[in-house]
Write a protein that binds this ligand. Structure first.
Ligand code: ADP
Ligand code: MN
Ligand code: MN
Ligand code: MN
Ligand code: MN
Length: 354
């Protein structure tokens, strides 16, 4: 078991002046969809991403390259403020490239960026609802009775009060860390299963959706590290009568967001209905354990849609149907998706007629 994070001992050191120099924490997605990061010192405050160097790392240690050709490049893609170090220190979300210049196998941003450029006249917006579950360092669900179970689902969703809500301190810390960093976080709520939570990010346009969601996840696992808590993005973290975890993907185009938008929403749903399997293929591993047709999901084997229907693949929110324009919600994506893949295929299917 690792020692607890000693913020009390660390605080005076973090308060020391650091001169002109700033710390840049490069964050990237590893070969298994996990997050990695390492730090470099930069000579002065960074005002433009072009001031940051292309860096590299040992891809043989992250399942991203063979040992005899292990250097993988980190190309800065987006900058956020660093809530852990504060000041002018930054987080640098980086894309990974192989030494021959091709994108690394888990660099889905590369292709998504091209898709977003091709469709940018339609101004695609996304809002992702990231559900996740907290576990103790020993692997048991956070706050659950050791070796036992809490009472059945019911009082926990958006709950308040002892025994109904777990880890609110950690969740509050993450929310504020996101705001400080510049992540476009739009809300949080406690979920149906105890110790399951959700944060929403968006609306974000184009490629920035994936950038903001990945950094929000990074901040969550870093904050949870200080609590000695593990974060699971698995879509069915516990078997049985407990809700799974999804990443509902809300989506609109410029045309859907104005009067008469409903016909564009309907046309998009029609196109989505014809590519259900292609979408499911990139909507997360183990998603079949979650999309059972129960626990507020549609069945993985069939496409469906409906107004205010939480048992459908695509839900049109009631207020959208009432006003006649707005956005749709794709409820199929699992909590462990790569948001670049999901936003990419939504745009390809609905706007680029793939
Ligand atoms: P739910 O009722 O499904 O729980 P939430 O309130 O959790 O919905 O999330 C709704 C999401 O929809 C938010 O992330 C928000 O940013 C996003 N959203 C709102 N308007 C739009 C829009 N026009 N296009 C895309 N996403 C949107
Ligand atoms: Mn070394
Ligand atoms: Mn939600
Ligand atoms: Mn939810
Ligand atoms: Mn939702």
């Amino acid at each position: 078991m690792s020692a607890a994070y000693r913020n009390d001992l660390l605080a005076p050191f973090l308060a020391l002046p650091q001169g002109e120099k700033v710390q840049a924490e490069y964050v990237w997605i590893d070969g298994d969809g996990g997050l990695r990061s390492k730090t470099t010192t930069v000579s002065k405050k960074v005002t433009d991403i072009g001031q940051l160097r292309i860096w590299d790392f040992d891809g043989s240690s992250t399942n991203q390259a063979p040992g005899d050709d292990s250097d993988v490049y980190l190309r800065p893609a987006a900058i956020f403020k660093d809530p852990f170090r504060g000041g002018d220190n930054i987080l640098v979300l980086a894309e990974t490239y192989n030494n021959d210049g091709t994108p690394n196998k888990t660099n889905y941003r590369h292709h998504a960026h091209k898709t977003m450029e091709a469709a940018k006249e339609h101004e695609p917006w996304f809002g992702l609802e990231q559900e996740y579950t907290l576990f103790d360092a020993d692997g048991s669900p956070y706050g659950w009775p050791k070796g036992g179970f809490p009472g059945p689902q019911g009082p926990y969703y958006c709950g308040a009060g002892t025994g109904k809500v777990f880890a609110r301190d950690l969740i509050e810390a993450h929310y504020r860390a996101c705001l400080y960093a510049g992540v476009n976080i739009s809300g949080i709520n406690a979920e149906v299963m105890p110790s399951q939570w959700e944060f929403q990010v968006g609306p974000c346009e184009g490629i920035s959706m994936g950038d903001h969601l990945w950094i929000a996840r990074y901040l969550l696992v870093r904050v949870a590290e200080q609590w000695g808590v593990k974060v699971s993005f698995h879509p069915k973290p516990l078997p049985g009568d407990w809700n799974g975890a999804g990443c509902h993907s809300n989506y609109s185009t410029k045309e859907m967001r104005v009067e008469g938008g409903m016909k564009h929403i309907e046309a998009a749903i029609e196109k989505l209905s014809k590519r259900h399997d292609e979408h499911i293929a990139v909507y997360g591993d183990d998603n079949e354990l979650r999309l059972t047709g129960r626990h507020e999901t549609g069945h993985i084997g069939a496409f469906s849609s409906g107004v205010a229907n939480r048992g459908a693949s695509i839900r049109v929110p009631r207020h959208v149907a009432a006003q006649g324009y707005g956005y749709m919600e794709d409820r199929r994506p699992a909590s462990n998706i790569d948001p670049y893949r999901v936003t990419d295929i939504l745009v390809e299917t609905t706007l680029l007629d793939k």
